[in-house]
Design a binder for this molecule. Structure first.
Ligand code: LLP
Length: 427
């Protein structure tokens, strides 16, 4: 559920027709709905309230400072995976005690930065990393807490191979059968209190069941660790809750909670969640303008000013996003966002960008009303892993980002210019 809808034939974000935003901010432009972000965020908070869980919004999914500030002001913590993301959290005055730092390749500098910042937990991905963290804590005369990222060997068949993380033989975490020994070896470290378990089984996970499987296995592990004299006070169940790329495809936060909360209630564990996509995905669109239409063999192409540089998910994962015009002349209103929706006057097209790559496709074989040069096309469900994964390939300046709040909007990242593209270069 989000606040993007057609009113009198015009696509609006909350109360603002998106064409007004295009007129001021230009295209391509990412447009986010504040009400949708807050609705999804508080949906997760409410659903897991019984566990008094810490919600660590995953910065990697959509990390604009303005948006992070909204969550920080509402008591949220953050999941970071780099020094850069930690710096973002610091910029918005986040509570450092509610920061979890994951990632298989933390550098010494990043670790030092996080130690000095006094973050809540390091999510540890290997034996060597734990030893390095302990060494750096001693060097910086700091103490910290850590959770061991365990690989529970579960997976969701609907998750793309590139975003599946909870199976054996992915680079993440430590195999669950090595975890008890890990606690025995490192559970009494002088600098790092190892007292948590971290899971992140993939993204998106379209049903609660893989969480139930992973948590059930992990609770068994926690018993084993405790029996061996180790302590586990924290369980971080990671991110991965799905979002609606097509209408009504993803479970609600409440549906995940209904399956998960009963397993964790009464365990005395501090629970942490790291949702990203579930909060940001449907809260953002990428608005683009049609540059040209053309034929190639039997195919018709709609060439837009957004490209794989702005939204790489279709090119990288063959991910599908619902795409539809921002202005409707006739009775072309899509009753719901489904990739196979075909308006009566529609024609089948590929929607592509202008980058010099055949793979620069935003939407394949979609039926759209006839498109003209200058028309605005909205690429929906682009709020998560959209702008954050954009690049300057082909020396294309990155798009602007806009946040809508009711009947007003604000540019929260200006469009880049050519100087931004080569600012760091020396010649
Ligand atoms: N926690 C950890 C340790 C993660 O690795 C991730 C995502 C999250 C939390 C947040 O997951 P979410 O709640 O957003 O599903 N670029 C891909 C997604 C990669 C996800 C990486 N890790 C995409 O566009 O689908």
């Amino acid at each position: 559920m989000d606040y993007f809808d057609y009113k009198n034939g015009e696509l609006c974000c909350e109360e603002v027709p998106v064409k007004d935003i295009a007129a001021e901010a230009g295209t391509p432009v990412y447009i986010y709905s504040k009400a949708t972000l807050m609705r999804h965020y508080s949906g997760v908070v409410k659903a897991f309230a019984e566990l008094d869980a810490i919600i660590c919004y995953s910065i990697k999914s959509c990390g604009n400072l303005h948006i992070l500030k909204l969550f920080a002001e509402n008591g949220g913590g953050f999941d970071v995976v780099s020094g850069g993301e930690l710096a973002r959290a610091q910029q918005v005055g986040a509570d450092m005690k509610k920061i979890v730092f994951a990632g298989v390749g933390k550098t010494d500098n990043e670790i030092r930065e996080a130690l000095t910042a006094g973050i809540g937990w390091f999510n540890i991905e290997s034996e060597q990393e734990f030893e390095n963290l302990s060494r750096l804590a001693a060097e910086t005369k700091t103490k910290t807490r850590a959770a061991l990222r365990v690989n529970p060997d579960v997976f969701d068949p609907n998750t793309h191979a590139y975003t599946t993380t909870g199976k054996k033989e992915t680079k993440f975490g430590v195999d669950i059968d090595r975890a008890a020994a890990f606690f025995e070896k490192y559970g009494h470290d002088a600098n790092v209190t190892l007292d948590g378990i971290h899971l992140h089984i993939g993204s998106p996970i379209y049903s609660p069941q893989p969480y139930v499987d992973a948590i059930t296995k992990t609770l068994g592990l926690i018993e084993e660790i405790r029996a061996g004299g180790g302590k586990v006070n924290v369980l971080d169940i990671g991110g991965g809750f799905a979002a609606d790329y097509e209408a009504d495809k993803s479970p609600s936060a409440q549906a995940y909670a209904d399956a998960i909360v009963p397993l964790l209630k009464g365990t005395g564990l501090q629970i942490i969640l790291e949702p990203g996509r579930h909060i940001a995905c449907n809260a953002g669109i990428l608005l683009s303008q049609v540059l040209y239409t053309k034929r190639g063999g039997d195919k018709k192409f709609v060439i837009v000013d957004a490209a794989m540089t702005d939204l790489i998910r279709p090119a990288l994962y063959e991910a599908e996003h619902f795409i539809y015009p921002a202005h409707l002349d006739h009775d072309e209103f899509p009753p719901n966002r489904r990739f196979d929706f075909a308006p009566a006057n529609g024609e089948q097209v590929d929607i592509v960008g202008g980058v010099c790559e055949t793979g620069d496709i935003l939407g394949k074989s979609r039926t759209l009303p006839p498109m003209q040069r200058g028309d605005l096309l909205s690429i929906f469900s682009a709020g998560a892993y959209g702008f954050v994964m954009s690049s300057q390939y082909n020396a294309r300046p990155r798009a602007a980002e806009v946040l809508v709040d009711g009947d007003s909007f604000k540019i929260i990242r200006r469009r880049e210019n050519y100087n931004d593209v080569f600012a760091a270069e020396i010649f």
